[in-house]
Structure formats: structure tokens, C-alpha cells
Ligand binder design. Structure first.
Ligand code: AMP
Length: 182
């Protein structure tokens, strides 16, 4: 392996090691992937942003749609790096102006997401960003919201993907990238 390849492997191991697994949070049976140790390390944070952005250099992204709340942390620097605007995808009742809304099913019950109705110009090319791809329901709903607003989803990108939950299948037909897989 080249020295660059070895360095990449070391960085990937350090990124993985900086994701803390917290059992039974926020409720029993959930293994929560806590990204705060990664966020607290400048070198790892910079690397994560750089590597999440790189696949979309030159992809003509005009807007990043970042999902509340940890998606905001990654969405803003990725938008800046791509010279794109930032659009906030939020839980109901948080956005102050006129919104569009999408409802989606959870394992038990349902949830909703909102976006400001006027935030995407015609022909917007949108990159959807979140920290974790789990079952994919949140990201799939965000794609629908963007499309309802007239945007075209270029891709969905995540810091990490929980492979066993098969969220990628909910995003079938869409370009989906994740920096780390657990
Ligand atoms: P999902 O709709 O199931 O793909 O869930 C994705 C959203 O829930 C993301 O916004 C994540 O921040 C959060 N999430 C789901 N499962 C986990 C987990 N095990 N650890 C951390 N965050 C999670």
C-alpha cells in the first residue's frame, strides 16, 4: 500500500474510533452513535467535512438541504465548500415563515418535516445532508420535501450509515454516499 493509502486507513480508523456507541439512548434497545467526540477534534472534523464534500465537487449542487439538528453541523460547511446555499429541514413548528410539509411513517406512529416554501429557486440542484442514515425514513421524506418544492435531489450524503437498518433501500434510485459504515 502507498503511504497515502496507509494514512487514509489510519484517518478512517481514527474517524471510526471517534464515534461513541451509547447503549440504550434515548430509549432501551437503541445503540446511539454519538458523533460529539469527532466534532470536538478539529483535525477529524475538517477531514470528515472534506471527505463528505469531495464526491460532489463539480456536481453542480446549488443548495444543501440539512436535516435537523445534527445535519446542520455538516450541512453548513459542506454548503460553503460547494459554493451552495443552505436550506434547513426542520421539525414542525420551528420555521417562522410559510412552510411546506411532509409526513412520514416511523416504526411506531409518524413524524413530519418542514421546509420554507420559498427557499428553493426553480431548477435548484440539492444535496441532502445528515449525520446518520438509519432506516432512511427521514432522508426519504426530505427528498420528497425538496422535490415538492421544485428542487432536484442530486444525492444524499451522510457521515455514517447503519448498514443493518438498510436505509439505503429507502433511497433506492438516488445517489447515496456515507463516509463510514457500521
Ligand atoms: P432514520 O430516519 O431512521 O434514517 O433516522 C435518521 C435520523 O435519526 C438522523 O437524523 C439521525 O440523527 C437519527 N438517528 C437514528 N438512529 C440513530 C442512531 N442509532 N444513532 C444516532 N442517531 C440516530
Amino acid at each position: 500500500m502507498t503511504s497515502t493509502g496507509t494514512q487514509d486507513l489510519v484517518v478512517e480508523q481514527r474517524l471510526r474510533a471517534a464515534i461513541r456507541a451509547v447503549p440504550d439512548f434515548p430509549k432501551p434497545g437503541i445503540l446511539f452513535r454519538d458523533i460529539t467526540p469527532l466534532l470536538a477534534d478539529h483535525e477529524l472534523l475538517a477531514r470528515a467535512i472534506r471527505d463528505m464534500t469531495a464526491p460532489f465537487d463539480g456536481a453542480g449542487v446549488t443548495h444543501v438541504a440539512a436535516i435537523e439538528s445534527r445535519g446542520f453541523v455538516f450541512g453548513a460547511p459542506i454548503a460553503l465548500a460547494l459554493s451552495a446555499g443552505l436550506v434547513l429541514i426542520r421539525k414542525p413548528g420551528k420555521l417562522p415563515s410559510r412552510t411546506t410539509r411532509v409526513d412520514y411513517a416511523l416504526e411506531y406512529g409518524s413524524d413530519s418535516l418542514e421546509m420554507h416554501a420559498d427557499c428553493l429557486p426553480p431548477a435548484a440542484r440539492v444535496l441532502v445532508v445528515d449525520d446518520v442514515l438509519a432506516t432512511g425514513g427521514t432522508a426519504a421524506a426530505t427528498c420528497r420535501l425538496v422535490e415538492q418544492g421544485g428542487g432536484m435531489v442530486v444525492a444524499c450524503t451522510f457521515l455514517l450509515e447503519l448498514d443493518a437498518l438498510r436505509g439505503r433501500e429507502r433511497l433506492e434510485g438516488r445517489r447515496t454516499t456515507s463516509l463510514l459504515h457500521f
